[in-house]
Design a protein around this ligand. Structure first.
Ligand SMILES: Nc1ncnc2c1ncn2[C@@H]1O[C@H](COP(=O)(O)OP(=O)(O)OP(=O)(O)O)[C@@H](O)[C@H]1O
Length: 802
C-alpha cells in the first residue's frame, strides 16, 4: 500500500535506531537514547530545528545503534515508523542521555541510505496512508470489502468485547473506548496491538505486516488471547451475580497490566464489622500495585553509579554487576536471590538501595528482625478483627508498581512462635516456581510476585533457616580496614553529615588524622555506623557554634543580666567563630569526650597466664583476652565468661594436651611437680563477661595462655591467634579469618598465628594490612607455642641437645 496524493511524510528522514520497544502508528512510546548517532540526531536535528517537519523522524526498531560513531552500521530493520517527537528531555546523570516521547504516524521502508554520520539519514517510501487517522470512522474498510471486511468486523467486535471486561474509569481504557468509536477500522490493529499486552516480537510482526489483511490476521489472535486470559481470571473469582448486586463490584488491575472486574466475595455480611473490613479491603485492592514501571539497564552506568555510591566493596560490586548483566541478557526473572551477609554498618542496605536506583526501580525495605508470626508475611484472614494484609502486599501498595526491589532486611533474625513460622511463608515468596501466584490471606487473590527483585541481608548465616538459605546466593560483605574507613568518611560520610546538618565545607573541616583518631579511639566496629554517628555529633556541636556566630547581638542595656552572662555575651560578640572550624585533637576531645578505646593490648599482656585470641561474631571480628590463674587446690578447673559448650570443651582439651606434654615442655604445678594440675586449681576467664562466647577457634589461645601460666613465661605482647585444636595437638582451620585479621590490625597487633589450612584466606586481606602484619601459619601446637613466645617455646630436651 503506497500513499496517494494525500498527506505525505518527508521523503528524507533522519533515523533513530532502537532495539527496545516498538513504535506502531497511532501509539506513543518513550525511548531513552544515549548512543552516539542517536544523540547526534537529537542534538543536531530535534533540538536545532524550528519547523514541524524537523520534529518528524523515522524510528527503526530491532536495530542497535553501534557504541562508537566510527563503527559500521548494522543492517537496518526493513520497515520503520515515521513519528513526531512530542517531547525531548535531556539529562547528564548518570551519563548524558535524552528521553524522547514519540507518536507514531505511519509505516515507511528505507529505499537508500544518504549518510551514516553524524546521524543516519535515509530516503524513505511511505507505506501507510496518513489520512486514515483523520478521516471519520464510517470511511475506510467496511463489511462489503470481502475477506478484509469480515476480518475487520471480527476485530472490531473482539475489541468491543474486551472493553466490556475492562474498567472504564481507567484512563487508558476510556481512551481505547473513544478510539474504537472514532477511528477507521484499518487503524485498529496498530492501536490495539500497542495497548494490549504484547511482546516486542509480536509488535514487530504487526509492524512488518504491510498489507492490511495480514495485519488484521496477526493482531486478531493477540486480542483474542487477551480476552481469554481475562475470562479465565474472572472464572477463578467465582463470580456470582447475587453477590455482585449485594456488595457492588470493584475492578482492579491484574498482573498482566490490564484491568479486570473483580467481584467482592461472600465474606462481607451486612453488619458493621463486615462492612468496615470490606471497606478497608476495597481501599487496599484499589491501588494499581500491578502497574509496571519499565526500565532499561546500562551496565556501564550501573557500574559508575555503584562506584559513586560506595567506596571499596569491589568483590560485592563485581558480583552485583554480573547479576545485573545476566538479568539484562536473559529477561526471564528467575534467578538466584542475593543475600548480603556481614557485620552491621558495612553498607548492605545501602547497596540494595543503589541496585534499585541502577535498575530505575522502586525500592522498599521490609524489616524482618523479630517477626515471628507468619501473618506478618501473608496477612491475616479477614475474619479476624483488625486484620491486615502482610508486609509483601503492603510493600507493593506503598511502591505502587509490581516490579520493585524488595530488601528483606535481617532474614537471620526471623523468629518462630505459636502463630506459625514466618520463614515458611517467605519460602513461597522467594521461590520463583511458586511466587507467580502468591496469595495473601487478607486479599485472598493470587498475586504475581515474579517481577519483584528480592535481595536479603543478614549478619550471619548460622541462624537463617536452612531451607531459606538454600534459595539464596550468599555474598559475604566483610568489615573495612582503617584506611578504607578513612576514605569512606571523607568521600561519603562527612559530605552527607554536613548536608544533613545544613553545614558546608567552608564552615567545618575534619582533617584525615582526626578521622583516624575517631576510628581508632572512639569506635571499634567492623562497619562505619558509629563513625557516622560520631561525625554527626561533631556536626551538631559545630552547628551550635555556627548558629551562635550568626546571632544578632542584643544591646547589653536592654535586659539586666548577671555580670557573668553579660561577660560571655560580649565575648560572643567579640569573637564569632572563625571559619572554617577545623576539628583537631583538642576539639575532638571537647566534643566527644575522652577516648573510649585505648591501645591496651601490650599493657594487658604483662603477666604470665594471659594470651590474646581472635574471635568472630555477627558484629565482625574481635580481639579476645584469655586469662588464667592457679592456686592450691584439688585439681579443679573453673571457667567463667559466659562460655558455650564447645568453648568449655576446648578448655578441657587444652588442659589435657598440656598435661600429656608437660614433661616435654617442662611444665610444672604450683609446687614444682610434673603434673600441672596436681594440688592445683585452675581458673580460666574470658573477659567481657557479659557477652556469650562459643566456638572452637579459641583452642590455640587457651593452650598458649595455660602454657604461659605453667611455665611462668610471658606471651609476646604483639601476638594474637586463632585455631581449633585436637587432642593430639593438631591445629585445624577456622572461619572468619578476614574479619579477625582486620580486628587484630585495628588493635595494633603485629603478629598473627593461624592454622596452616587458612593460608588461602589471606589472599582476601587488603595488601596494606598484610604488609603491616607478620603471619605465622601453623600445623600443630608446638609451632603455635614457638611463635607465641619470644625466642620460641622449644622443649628443653631439644634446647639441651643443642
Ligand atoms: N563502602 C561504603 N561507601 C560509602 N558509604 C558506606 C559504605 N559502607 C557503608 N556506608 C554507609 O554506612 C551507613 C550504614 O550502612 P547500611 O545501613 O547500609 O549498613 P548495613 O550493612 O545495612 O547495616 P545493618 O546490618 O545494621 O542493617 C550508610 O550511611 C551507608 O551509606
Amino acid at each position: 500500500m503506497t500513499s496517494g496524493s494525500g498527506i505525505q511524510i518527508p521523503s528524507r528522514l533522519p533515523l533513530l535506531l532502537t532495539h527496545e520497544g516498538v513504535l506502531l502508528p497511532g501509539s506513543t512510546v518513550r525511548f531513552s537514547v544515549d548512543s552516539p548517532r542517536n544523540m547526534h540526531l537529537v542534538s543536531h536535528r530535534l533540538l536545532k530545528g524550528t519547523s514541524l517537519k524537523s520534529t518528524i523522524i523515522g524510528v527503526i526498531p530491532n536495530t542497535r545503534d553501534p557504541e562508537h560513531d566510527t563503527d559500521d552500521l548494522p543492517s537496518l530493520h526493513k520497515i520503520g515508523t515515521a513519528g513526531i517527537a512530542v517531547q525531548v528531555v535531556g539529562s547528564n546523570w548518570p551519563k548524558p542521555h535524552y528521553t524522547l516521547l514519540i507518536t507514531g504516524l505511519c509505516r515507511f521502508s528505507v529505499t537508500s541510505l544518504l549518510k551514516e554520520r553524524p546521524f543516519v539519514l535515509a530516503e524513505v517510501e511511505q507505506l501507510d496512508k496518513l489520512e486514515q487517522y483523520t478521516s471519520p470512522a464510517g470511511e475506510g474498510v467496511t463489511a462489503e470489502d470481502g475477506e478484509l471486511g469480515e476480518l475487520s468486523q471480527k476485530f472490531h467486535q473482539a475489541a468491543i468485547q474486551l472493553l466490556g471486561m475492562l474498567d472504564m474509569s481507567v484512563p487508558v481504557v476510556a481512551k481505547l473506548r473513544r478510539l474504537l468509536d472514532s477511528l477507521p477500522r484499518e487503524t485498529l490493529p496498530d492501536v490495539v496491538a500497542s495497548m494490549i499486552r504484547t511482546s516486542n516480537k509480536e509488535k514487530l510482526q504487526v509492524l512488518d505486516a504491510v498489507s492490511l489483511e495480514e495485519r488484521f490476521k496477526k493482531a486478531l489472535p493477540m486480542l483474542t488471547r487477551q480476552i481469554e486470559g481475562l475470562k479465565l481470571l474472572q472464572k477463578t473469582r467465582k463470580i456470582s451475580p447475587d453477590t455482585e448486586k449485594r456488595t457492588g463490584s470493584r475492578e482492579w488491575r491484574n498482573s498482566s497490566g490490564m484491568c479486570c472486574k473483580y467481584i467482592r466475595s461472600t465474606f462481607a455480611s451486612n453488619n458493621l464489622k463486615g462492612w468496615s473490613v470490606l471497606d478497608s479491603w476495597v481501599n487496599f485492592a484499589k491501588p494499581p500495585h500491578s502497574s509496571l514501571c519499565f526500565y532499561c539497564l546500562d551496565i556501564r552506568a550501573a557500574r559508575t553509579l555503584l562506584d559513586n555510591d560506595h567506596y571499596a566493596m569491589d568483590k560485592l560490586k563485581r558480583r552485583v554487576l554480573e547479576y545485573l548483566a545476566v538479568r539484562q541478557l536473559k529477561t526471564s526473572l528467575k534467578g538466584p536471590i542475593l543475600c548480603f551477609v556481614g557485620p552491621p554498618g558495612v553498607g548492605k542496605t545501602s547497596v540494595g538501595r543503589s541496585i534499585a536506583r541502577t535498575l530505575g526501580r522502586e525500592f522498599h525495605r521490609i524489616a524482618l528482625g523479630g517477626v515471628c508470626d507468619q501473618s506478618d508475611i501473608r496477612g491475616h484472614r479477614r475474619t479476624y478483627v483488625g486484620s491486615m494484609p502482610g508486609r509483601i502486599i503492603n510493600g507493593l501498595k506503598t511502591v505502587g508498581v509490581n516490579n520493585p526491589v524488595f530488601l528483606l532486611d535481617e532474614v537471620d533474625k526471623l523468629g518462630k512462635s505459636l502463630q506459625g513460622d514466618p520463614a515458611a511463608a517467605l519460602l513461597e515468596v522467594l521461590d520463583p516456581e511458586q511466587n507467580h501466584s502468591f496469595t495473601d490471606h487478607y486479599l485472598n487473590v493470587a498475586f504475581d510476585l515474579s517481577q519483584v527483585l528480592f535481595i536479603a541481608t543478614a549478619n550471619a548465616t548460622a541462624t537463617i533457616p536452612p531451607a531459606l538459605l538454600d534459595r539464596m546466593e550468599v555474598l559475604q560483605v566483610p568489615g573495612y580496614t582503617q584506611e578504607e574507613k578513612v576514605e569512606i568518611a571523607h568521600r561519603h560520610l562527612i559530605p552527607n553529615q554536613l548536608e544533613q546538618h545544613g553545614l558546608t565545607p567552608q564552615q567545618l573541616q575534619i582533617p584525615q588524622n582526626t578521622t583516624t583518631d575517631i576510628i581508632g579511639r572512639y569506635t571499634r566496629e567492623a562497619g562505619v555506623r558509629s563513625l557516622e554517628r560520631k561525625i554527626g555529633a561533631i556536626c551538631r556541636a559545630v552547628a551550635v557554634k555556627v548558629a551562635e556566630g550568626h546571632r544578632v547581638p542584643r544591646s547589653d542595656a536592654s535586659t539586666p543580666e548577671s555580670p557573668a552572662k553579660q561577660g560571655s555575651k560580649s565575648q560572643d560578640k567579640a569573637a564569632p567563630p572563625e571559619m572554617p572550624i577545623v576539628i583537631d585533637h583538642t576539639a575532638l576531645k571537647d566534643i566527644l569526650g575522652p577516648p573510649v578505646f585505648e591501645m591496651e593490648v601490650s599493657e594487658r599482656l604483662t603477666l604470665p597466664g594471659v594470651a590474646l585470641g581472635l574471635a568472630w561474631t555477627p558484629l565482625g571480628g574481635e580481639i579476645m583476652f584469655v586469662e588464667a590463674s592457679r592456686m592450691e587446690g584439688e585439681g579443679q578447673l573453673t571457667l567463667t565468661g559466659q562460655l558455650g559448650d564447645v568453648m568449655k570443651e576446648s578448655a578441657h582439651l587444652a588442659i589435657s594436651w598440656l598435661r600429656a606434654n608437660a614433661k616435654v615442655y617442662k611444665l610444672t604445678n604450683i609446687v614444682g611437680g610434673p603434673d600441672p594440675l596436681e594440688g592445683t586449681d585452675i581458673h580460666l576467664h574470658f573477659p567481657a563477661g557479659a557477652v556469650t562466647k562459643d566456638g572452637p577457634s579459641a583452642g590455640v589461645t587457651i593452650v598458649t595462655c595455660l602454657a604461659s601460666l605453667f611455665s611462668g613465661r610471658l606471651v609476646r605482647s604483639d601476638v594474637a591467634m586463632t585455631g581449633e585444636i585436637t587432642l593430639r595437638g593438631l591445629v585445624l582451620p577456622v572461619g572468619g579469618i578476614k574479619d579477625k585479621v582486620l580486628a587484630a590490625h585495628r588493635a595494633g597487633v603485629k603478629r598473627i598465628i593461624l592454622p596452616k589450612r587458612n593460608e588461602k584466606d589471606l589472599e582476601e586481606i587488603p595488601a596494606n594490612v598484610r604488609a603491616d602484619l607478620d603471619f605465622v601459619t601453623t600445623k600443630n601446637l608446638d609451632e603455635v607455642l614457638n611463635a607465641a613466645f619470644d625466642g620460641g617455646f622449644t622443649h628443653p630436651q631439644l634446647t639441651s641437645k643443642l
